[in-house]
Write a protein that binds this ligand. Structure first.
Ligand SMILES: Nc1nc2c(ncn2[C@@H]2O[C@H](COP(=O)(O)OP(=O)(O)OP(=O)(O)O)[C@@H](O)[C@H]2O)c(=O)[nH]1
Ligand SMILES: [Mg+2]
Length: 365
C-alpha cells in the first residue's frame, strides 16, 4: 500500500480526523433553555424524559438566582435553567432577578450564552392559570420565544384552549405526559406529546443552535435524521465540486475529508460523543482496517468499496454527480445506522462496535 503518494499518511489522516471533530464541535455550539412553572408541575420529570443524561438527577447544578439553577453535563450541548417556586412569596423580586439574568445573558457577545427558548409549564390537573403565570409569560416573551407546556396531560376538556387564550404571547401550547401515568382503575396513560414538544421547540431555536438542540434531546429521533440530512446535502455539493473534473477512482481519497466531516456532523446531530477516537474507531472497524495500516488511501478505497453504487466506478472515473451520489449514499447509510441503533438502546449504552456493525450492514443494503 503506497499511502505516501497521495499525501495521506497516518499522521495526515489523524490530523484530518481531528479537524473534522473540531469543526463539528464548533458547528454544534450549545443551546440554553429556560423552564419555569410552579413546584410539582413536573419540570424535572420532563427534563429527564426529553433530554440526554438524566440532567436533573445526574447533572451539575449551580444557582444563578435564588430560585434558578443552571443544570448541565459534560458532552451534552445544552444548559437548562430550571426555575421553581416563583409563585411563592416574593414573586416580584424573584421575577426581577430572573429577568436580570435573562437580560445579562442576552447582552453577552457569545450567542452560546444567550437563553434561546422558554417553556412555561402548567399542570393539567390544576385546571388553573395563575396571574403569576400570566405575568411571567408576558415578561419572558419580551426577551425570547416562549412555549406553553401543559404537563401530566390526561384529559383536556378545553384546558389547552384556555391556556392559549390566557397566554397569547406563547408561540404554541402543547400537551405532554412525561412518564406513564398509572390510574387507579389499572389503566396506564403512556407518555405522549414529547416528540411534538421537541419539534415545536426546534422551530423556535435560532438556526445556529439547532444542531445542539437536536443532539441534546432524546424524544425525537426522526428530528436527528432530518437535521443530519442538511449536512449530507452540503457534503454532497462539496463532493460534486471536487469531482467537477472527473477524478480517477484511485484518487477518490480526495473525497474522504468531506465524507469524514459529514460523518462527524451526522454523529453530532445524534448526540454522539465528538472525539477523534470515536471517529477513528468507527472508520477502522467499518472498513476492517486497524493499527499501522490505518492509512488514508486504504481507508478511502475500502470505505468506497463498501458504499452501494460505488462498485461500478472501481477502475473508472468519478464524475461530479457520482461523487455526490456516493457521498449521499454514505451519509444516508450512516443516518439509518444511528436511527436503528438508537431505536433499540439509549445513547449511553451504545458502543462504537455496535454502531460499526450496523453501519456495515446498512452499507451492504
Ligand atoms: N405520571 C406522571 N407523573 C408525573 C409526570 N410529571 C411529573 N410527575 C410526578 O409529579 C411529581 C412532581 O414532579 P417534578 O418533576 O419533581 O416537578 P417539578 O416541577 O420539577 O417540581 P419542583 O422541582 O419542586 O419545582 C413527581 O412525583 C413526578 O413523578 C408525568 O408526566 N406523569
Ligand atoms: Mg424540579
Amino acid at each position: 500500500m503506497n499511502a505516501g503518494s497521495a499525501g495521506t499518511g497516518e499522521k495526515d489522516f489523524m490530523d484530518m480526523l481531528n479537524d473534522a471533530m473540531k469543526r463539528a464541535v464548533e458547528q454544534r455550539g450549545r443551546v440554553n433553555i429556560l423552564i419555569v412553572g410552579k413546584t410539582g408541575v413536573g419540570k424535572s420529570t420532563l427534563i429527564n424524559s426529553v433530554f440526554q443524561g438524566e440532567l436533573c438527577k445526574t447533572g451539575q447544578g449551580r444557582p444563578v438566582t435564588s430560585e434558578t439553577r443552571e443544570i448541565f453535563k459534560e458532552d451534552i450541548p445544552i444548559h437548562i435553567f430550571d426555575t421553581r417556586g416563583l409563585e411563592v412569596n416574593d414573586f416580584q423580586s424573584n421575577l426581577d432577578e430572573l429577568l436580570a439574568l435573562v437580560k445579562d445573558r442576552k447582552s453577552r457577545s457569545e450567542p452560546n450564552e444567550h437563553i434561546h427558548v422558554a417553556w412555561l409549564c402548567i399542570q393539567e390537573d390544576s385546571r388553573r392559570i395563575e396571574d403569576s403565570d400570566i405575568r411571567l409569560h408576558e415578561r419572558l416573551s419580551d426577551h425570547m420565544p416562549l412555549l406553553g407546556v401543559v404537563t401530566k396531560a390526561r384529559s383536556d376538556q378545553g384546558f389547552r384552549r384556555k391556556v392559549q387564550e390566557l397566554l397569547p404571547q406563547a408561540r404554541n401550547v402543547l400537551r405532554t405526559m412525561a412518564i406513564p401515568d398509572h390510574l387507579d382503575d389499572g389503566h396506564v396513560i403512556p407518555p405522549h406529546g414529547l416528540a411534538e414538544l421537541i419539534d415545536a421547540t426546534y422551530e423556535l431555536v435560532p438556526e445556529g443552535h439547532r444542531t445542539a438542540f437536536t443532539a441534546a434531546q432524546k424524544a425525537n429521533i426522526a428530528l436527528k435524521g432530518k437535521r443530519a440530512r442538511k449536512y449530507v446535502k452540503t457534503a454532497a455539493a462539496t463532493a460534486a465540486g471536487i469531482g467537477g473534473v472527473p477524478i480517477p477512482f484511485s484518487d477518490a481519497v480526495l473525497l474522504i475529508p468531506t465524507q469524514v466531516g459529514m460523518l462527524a456532523s451526522i454523529s453530532s446531530c445524534f448526540g454522539l460523543q465528538l472525539t477523534t477516537a470515536f471517529l477513528g474507531t468507527l472508520l477502522a472497524s467499518s472498513t476492517g482496517i486497524t493499527g499501522a495500516t490505518f492509512l488514508g488511501r486504504s481507508v478511502a478505497s475500502n470505505l468506497l468499496k463498501l458504499i452501494p453504487g460505488a462498485g461500478y466506478v472501481v477502475g473508472g472515473l468519478i464524475s461530479g454527480s457520482t461523487a455526490a451520489l456516493i457521498t449521499t449514499l454514505l451519509g444516508e447509510a450512516y443516518i439509518r445506522t444511528l436511527t436503528t441503533v438508537l431505536s433499540k438502546k439509549d445513547l449511553s449504552d451504545i458502543t462504537v462496535s455496535e454502531i460499526s456493525e450496523e453501519f456495515k450492514r446498512q452499507l451492504k443494503q
